[in-house]
Design a protein. Sequence first.
Length: 160
Amino acid sequence: MTRLTLTTEGDQHVIVTRRFAASPVDVYRAHVEPDLIRQWMLGPDGWVMTDCQSDPKPGGKIRFAWSDGGDGGFSLTGEYQTLDPGRRIVHVERMHLPDPTPDNHIETTFAPDGSGTLLTLRMTLPDAATRAAMLETGMEDGMEASYARIDPLLLAVDAG
């Protein structure tokens, strides 16, 4: 529907917004249900998700891993803190590159936007250096490539 927008705020925050054609409930489901996550959260073309664990409840664990099909790969672990189905997810995550990064606190909201959804993802990093290092990974391109798969995926799920 639209490309994502990534902005920074202060020294520690990254804010990502993106509009989707699907409803807030469906976009929320795509962020917590492993069967849906493994179909869209792939990053750039050529990457595959090799592990997808999501236990969407307060204290529930998250573990995702990706491979580029060669020697490249990384993983992410985290925990859900708050879930308000169809509206909001609060979780903590850390990347393993292979060593774990500092905790990234993330609040994701799913707001009605016409017949679709406005997703706002607010990351809070421990300091400016950690945020700068994260932004240097090319995360924006990977996020956009992944998010571009959500609307077609949800359309296919609804049709099936």
